[in-house]
Design a protein around this ligand. Structure first.
Ligand code: ADP
Ligand code: ZN
Length: 322
């Protein structure tokens, strides 16, 4: 009988790293939450977790990492596998894959946090049954993951759709934007820190009637319109802290419908309630997705049976990460 295969996953975020190991049936055997401090401390704690997990559960068969970026994902690039020029202090030019390759000799994959979250949504959330959809997060930054024809999209490198430039929303001409690279790109105008810079308080403290929400919805709808024209996805799933207010998805749907302008019957007839959705795969969809990508490295297939067994003891329990 073939040896059972142990899968490793990492969701590398600006605040925390979630690391986990699961068996081929998606049962999570061990998991840990490591605060993101310095690369040396955080990455050595992650390696120590995998060393301990292997001592308990046997050798890893594959490791997959979903990380904040930007990342170098082109296999022929000299810095392949690294975080490149992040504003997160101390984390630029950090060789994530190289770090794990020092201690683990297994197939490894690195992708964006948003592509991994898209895979989590494919298995357990709002992407179930779809093969082409977008996963957008609007939080500290704005990121877009794409699942195209059933696989996470990466071209010469990963997409950077959070940095597109859009027409200024009505009443928002004066603010310069905060993106260190572009000023008033989408992330520079509509991320959580941009809201704070513009209106003087954290987004979660702005009252529901504040004009900020209309402005932000207009920009997020602009992103959705661009994604609609370029990708023609089955759905756009939008999460992240800034989308938490209860009516944000409804505001984006209304603004998007207006921006699309009735063009092309297949677009004009989109059911906006189904087309613009909230994520439903839980807080650790990124780690779930990373583990699923590790499974795919070993078997060349998505582990759809994880989703079927989700009620029992599968990766859906990852939301209990301590
Ligand atoms: P991250 O992007 O760092 O992974 P989040 O998706 O939680 O984390 O995004 C954090 C941003 O979301 C912060 O800028 C914060 O102000 C904003 N935010 C968090 N909660 C809310 C809320 N309930 N309503 C509006 N904005 C929020
Ligand atoms: Zn930018």
């Amino acid at each position: 009988m073939a040896e059972p295969k142990l899968l490793g996953g990492v969701e590398a975020g600006g605040t925390k790293f979630l690391c986990g190991v699961a068996n081929e049936d998606g049962v999570v055997l061990d998991q840990v939450r490591i605060p993101t401090t310095t690369p040396a401390a955080t990455l050595s704690a992650a390696s120590a977790f995998f060393a301990k997990a292997q001592a308990r559960h046997g050798a890893l068969a594959a490791l997959s990492i979903g990380s904040f970026g930007p990342l170098s994902l082109r296999a022929t690039a000299p810095d392949y596998g690294s975080i490149t020029s992040t504003p997160k202090v101390g984390w630029s030019q950090i060789d994530l894959l190289g770090h794990f390759a020092q201690t683990l000799d297994v197939p490894m994959a690195l992708d964006t946090d948003v592509n991994c979250a898209a895979v989590g949504e494919l298995l357990f959330g709002s992407g179930r049954g779809l093969d082409t959809f977008c996963y957008v997060t609007v939080g500290t930054g704005i990121g877009v993951g794409l699942l195209v024809g059933g696989v996470p999209h990466g071209g010469a490198n990963h997409p950077e759709a959070g940095h597109i430039r859009l027409p200024r929303a009505l009443g928002d001409q004066a603010f310069d934007g905060i993106c260190p690279f572009h000023g008033d790109c989408l992330e520079g105008l509509a991320s959580g820190p941009a809201i704070r810079a513009r209106w003087g308080m954290p987004a979660e403290e702005l009252p529901p009637e504040h004009p900020a929400w209309g402005v932000i919805a207009e920009y997020i709808a602009g992103l959705c319109a661009s994604l609609t024209y370029i990708v023609r996805p089955d759905r756009i799933i939008i999460g992240g802290g800034v989308m938490q207010p209860i009516d944000m998805h409804a505001r984006v749907r209304t603004a998007l419908h207006k921006q699309l302008g009735g063009y092309d019957s297949s677009i004009a007839e989109l059911d906006m309630d189904a087309y613009v959705a909230a994520p439903t795969a839980g807080d650790s969809a990124g780690l779930t997705g990373a583990l699923a990508i590790a499974h795919r490295l070993v078997t060349r297939q998505w582990p759809m049976h994880w989703a079927i067994g989700a009620q029992q003891n599968s990766v859906s329990t990852l939301s209990k990460v301590s």
